[in-house]
Design a protein around this ligand. Structure first.
Ligand SMILES: Nc1ncnc2c1ncn2[C@@H]1O[C@H](COP(=O)(O)OP(=O)(O)O)[C@@H](O)[C@H]1O
Ligand SMILES: [Mg+2]
Length: 295
């Protein structure tokens, strides 16, 4: 069975998945409808944990919100929802209005919600697969976003069921950004995320190489922390451009632990993220152009 929905001016169909029950299908349709008007839905992916996926999602969302976009940032990484900590929002009280979860206002242009606000301790360890998918679905369906232009999603790492259900729920997610360190292992894993993204119909906007290098505080020499072939391999082998390279800075680890964003305190990160945001906006304009031509 299929039903019509609206997507901007385009009609589209939300197809029922094989074996999908009524409740899941209804929830999914609600999510698709909810996000239909959001121009850019962007998934931040990584092949493995600890490479800075949440760090990139958070700083990028903030940077875009400083460029006159109204941005929603959502953290559905049930294995390590770290956005509350990174943004100094741990322990904030979430408001529920008319059965809807109200996102937290970080600045005028940026609203944030994390599945971490609703988890006690490490709940994810005891959740079985179907429960995780259910939790993500319910969570995405129940957040009352205001009028936003862009949604930045901190997705669970890897290419398993969870990122898959996020990608499917955000039907037509317009693009992804993959985050990796220069290390071969990480680059190899993120290569699978690239394939995953493309398989579900989500073009990869580009790769961010995080922790690319460190500058010695004493002699200023560049130190390679993770020697490897680096993110350029992704361009050579898969055509994914590198849209940003970020240094590793110990001061930033401390900032993050205090819940302060790197881009607000450090010019090197501010400049790097301005560059990444420009690439994202360029991409957004390009797909808008393609869509307008079709209409
Ligand atoms: N370029 C960087 N410089 C310094 N610290 C970083 C950098 N990137 C990430 N971190 C820190 O490393 C830790 C892991 O990053 P995080 O974004 O949580 O990883 P992931 O979401 O991929 O698991 C965090 O404490 C974060 O603040
Ligand atoms: Mg994370």
């Amino acid at each position: 069975m299929t039903e019509k929905g609206s997507f901007g001016n385009n009609k589209f169909e939300v197809k029922r998945f094989k074996g999908e029950d009524d409740r899941s299908y209804e929830q999914r349709k609600r999510i698709v409808d909810k996000f239909a008007g959001v121009k850019l839905r962007l998934l931040v992916l990584s092949g493995k944990g600890g490479v800075g996926k949440s760090f990139v999602a958070t700083n990028l969302a903030f940077t875009l919100s400083q460029m006159d976009y109204r941005v929603g940032l959502v953290d559905v990484d049930i294995h390590g929802p770290s956005i509350p900590k990174l943004m100094g929002l741990e322990g904030v009280k979430i408001e529920i209005k008319d059965n809807q979860i109200m996102p937290v206002r970080y600045t005028d242009g940026l609203e944030v919600i994390s599945i971490g606000f609703f988890m006690k301790g490490d709940d994810s360890v005891i959740w079985r697969g179907p429960m995780k998918a259910g939790a993500i679905r319910q969570f995405l369906g129940d957040v009352a976003w205001g009028d936003i232009d862009m949604l930045v999603v901190d997705s669970p790492p890897g290419t398993g069921d969870e990122p898959l259900s996020v990608a499917q729920l955000l039907l037509g997610a317009r693009g992804s950004i993959v985050v990796t360190t220069p290390q071969d292992l990480s680059v190899g894993n993120v290569g699978r995320s690239v394939t995953f993204s493309r398989t579900v119909g989500m073009p990869v906007i580009g790769a961010v190489e995080n922790m690319s290098y460190m500058t010695c505080p004493h002699c200023g020499e560049r130190i390679e922390l993770f020697p490897g072939r680096g993110a350029d391999t992704l361009y050579k082998e898969m055509g994914v451009p590198v849209i940003g390279r970020l240094p590793f800075k110990p001061e930033v680890v401390a900032l993050a632990d205090e819940g302060k964003l790197a881009v607000r305190d450090d010019d090197e990160f501010k400049n790097a993220f301005d560059g990444i945001a420009e690439k994202v906006i360029e991409y957004q304009r390009k797909i808008e152009g393609v869509r307008k031509k079709r209409e």
